[in-house]
Design a protein around this ligand. Structure first.
Ligand SMILES: Cc1cc2nc3c(=O)[nH]c(=O)nc-3n(C[C@H](O)[C@H](O)[C@H](O)COP(=O)(O)O)c2cc1C
Length: 342
């Protein structure tokens, strides 16, 4: 009989570090990571994350944090993304909102979080930095991050420029890192979680999978687009700008690909700004899914339902337990006498 998810549970360095029941994190997602989703994930025993920069000002982030606290008494985090932005946000003020809001976990991503670590550390905030390579993971460890989210080439969003998929990246990270890490990119179900643990991770981070849940506060057309997509339906854009992003293919993305081909090495961000800049609200909230580029992982090919977050997490934990007990332990079989060699 499958166990009730979390009764015995899977305890890892990540569940211990963040004070959560299950080693499952919901990665920050622009215009998806609102309090509704973050609190649902935390209430289900995972770690929900509010996307800091989706809130247009530090004051609005403070309000979102307060809203999330009203919806859950479990730990949740805030994502701070340091990507090349068209105009740089006031990061120190966002950090103040996080600290004053009593948030104890921050997921950083993009450029090195080093300049921002001192105030976070002084406030006792645990920092998990998202990295797409072993060298960046080692740097995160060296500068004092508490954990790393290792994001393979499969991932939705920004996979970096090395193109190393998780079957290689995760064991490489396990060989080198001393701090715990979670597997990110291509994670969808119990098979992903058990495989991630086998490869040395202490849990998993999911993005795309969490968008196709009842609580994700996005338009139904976004969820249906993920359900309809196969693993062949993502595209890599902005390679030439060394700001590669994996997005769901659509008419807007085909236009980007066309422009990128036409411009070749002369491509600048201005050539595609219309299709990549400032569209998330229109896409996620209004459901204009063909308007332009939006991040989506190859894992879309493994997603074919829209459960509640609790159903999803319970299913993952129950099936992970079954997978370990019935399939993996079962494979060990009975010890057999060694065959006689003639
Ligand atoms: C729609 C969408 C928006 C995202 N926005 C952000 C973001 O603002 N900051 C960030 O660090 N990661 C962002 N990500 C990446 C996710 O946090 C996560 O690392 C990634 O989705 C993992 O790969 P998966 O989609 O295969 O699960 C985004 C991903 C998606 C799908």
């Amino acid at each position: 009989m499958p166990g009730v998810a979390g009764e015995a549970g899977l305890r890892t360095a990540i569940t211990e570090m963040f004070g959560i029941r299950h080693p499952i994190i919901q990665g920050g997602m622009h215009y998806v990571g609102f309090a509704e989703l973050a609190s649902a994930v935390s209430n289900a025993g995972g770690l929900g994350i509010i996307t800091g920069l989706t809130q247009k000002t530090p004051e609005l982030l403070a309000r979102e944090i307060a809203r999330c606290r009203d919806m859950t008494d479990r730990p949740f985090g805030v994502n701070l993304t340091f990507l090349p932005a068209f105009t740089a946000p006031p990061y120190p003020e966002y950090i103040r909102a996080i600290i004053e809001g009593g948030v104890k976990i921050v997921e950083t991503a993009g450029r090195s979080p080093e300049p921002y670590l001192p105030p976070l550390k002084a406030a006792g905030v645990k920092v998990i930095h998202k990295c797409t390579s072993v060298r960046h993971s080692l740097k995160a460890e060296r500068i004092g991050c508490d954990a790393v989210s290792v994001d393979g080439f499969e991932c939705g969003g920004h996979p970096g420029e090395d193109d190393v998929p998780n079957f290689i990246l995760l064991p490489r990270a396990a060989d080198e890192l001393k701090i715990p890490f979670v597997a990110s990119g291509g994670m969808a179900d119990a098979r992903s979680l058990v495989a991630a643990l086998a490869l040395g991770a202490a849990g998993m981070n999911m993005g795309t999978r969490f968008i196709a849940t009842k609580e994700a506060p996005v338009h139904d057309r976004v969820k249906q687009a993920i359900l309809a997509a196969s693993e062949l339906d993502t595209r890599l854009i902005m390679r030439g700008l060394r700001n590669t992003e994996r997005v769901l293919n659509n008419e807007g993305v085909e236009e980007i690909v066309r422009i990128e081909r036409e411009k070749g090495a002369a491509l600048t961000i201005d050539d595609i700004r219309e299709q990549v800049g400032g569209l998330y609200q229109r896409i996620m909230s209004e459901g204009d899914v063909d308007a332009g580029a939006w991040s989506c992982g190859m894992v879309a090919g493994l997603i074919d339902d829209i459960p509640t977050v609790a159903e999803l997490i319970d299913r993952i934990m129950n099936e992970a337990e079954q997978l370990i007990r019935d399939r993996l332990v079962g494979l060990l079989g009975e010890a057999k006498p060694a065959a006689k060699v003639a």
